[in-house]
Design a protein. Structure first.
Length: 186
C-alpha cells in the first residue's frame, strides 16, 4: 500500500516576502518624512514673511494715525536702530528724531516665532537695517526696489515682500531665482 503524503500549503509569509515589504515601507516612510520637513520649512518661511508684512503695515498705520515719523529697525529695542540683523527680530520705534543720538522710544518688538533655519534679508533701504515711515504712512526710500527676502540656506524656496512707498505686497511660492541665491549666499 502506497501512502500519499499531501503537504499543506503554509498560510503565513516567508521571510523574503516580509523583508521586501519592510524595505518598501521604509523607503516610503523616508520619502514622506523628507517631504514633510520641506513643507514645514516652507510654512516657517511664509509665516516669517507674513509677520514682516504685518509689521510694516502696523508701522504705517501707527505713523499715519499719530502723524509722526516711525522707524522699523532690525534687532531688539536695546539695539536702538543700530543693528542690520533682521533674523533676531525687529522693533518699531517712534522716531521723530531718528537721525539724532537721543535714545529712541520703542513702540513694539516683533520676534519671529519660527526662525530656525530661516534667513531674512532686506534690500534697497536708504539706511541699512532701518525702514523709515513718514507721518503720512509712506515709506521713505530713494529707490523703487526695496524688498524683503525670507529664505532657507538649504532650499531654493523663498518668499519676497516688495516694499512700495505706500504698501507692501507679498509674493509667495518662489523657487530658485536671483532672490533665493542672494539670500542663501549672504
Amino acid at each position: 500500500m502506497i501512502k500519499t503524503i499531501t503537504l499543506k500549503r503554509s498560510t503565513g509569509f516567508t521571510l523574503v516576502e516580509l523583508l521586501i515589504t519592510l524595505t518598501i515601507m521604509g523607503i516610503l516612510l523616508t520619502w514622506a518624512t523628507a517631504d514633510y520637513s520641506e513643507v514645514r520649512q516652507r510654512e516657517k518661511i511664509d509665516a516669517t514673511a507674513q509677520m514682516i508684512q504685518e509689521s510694516i503695515q502696523f508701522g504705517q498705520d501707527y505713523a499715519r494715525h499719530l502723524s509722526v515719523t516711525s522707524a522699523l529697525c532690525a534687532g531688539t529695542p536695546e539695539d536702538q536702530c543700530q543693528s542690520t540683523d533682521w533674523n533676531s527680530g525687529w522693533t518699531l520705534f517712534h522716531a521723530a528724531n531718528h537721525d539724532s543720538s537721543e535714545p529712541l522710544e520703542a513702540i513694539r518688538y516683533f520676534e519671529p516665532k519660527t526662525t530656525a533655519g530661516v534667513k531674512i534679508e532686506v534690500n534697497g533701504l536708504e539706511k541699512p537695517g532701518k525702514i523709515i515711515i513718514n507721518g503720512e504712512g509712506f515709506i521713505v526710500s530713494k529707490t523703487n526696489t526695496t524688498n524683503a527676502v525670507v529664505c532657507d540656506h538649504n532650499q531654493s524656496y523663498h518668499s519676497v515682500i516688495e516694499i512700495d512707498k505706500a504698501q507692501t505686497i507679498q509674493l509667495q511660492d518662489h523657487n530658485s531665482t536671483q532672490f533665493s541665491e542672494s539670500c542663501r549666499n549672504a
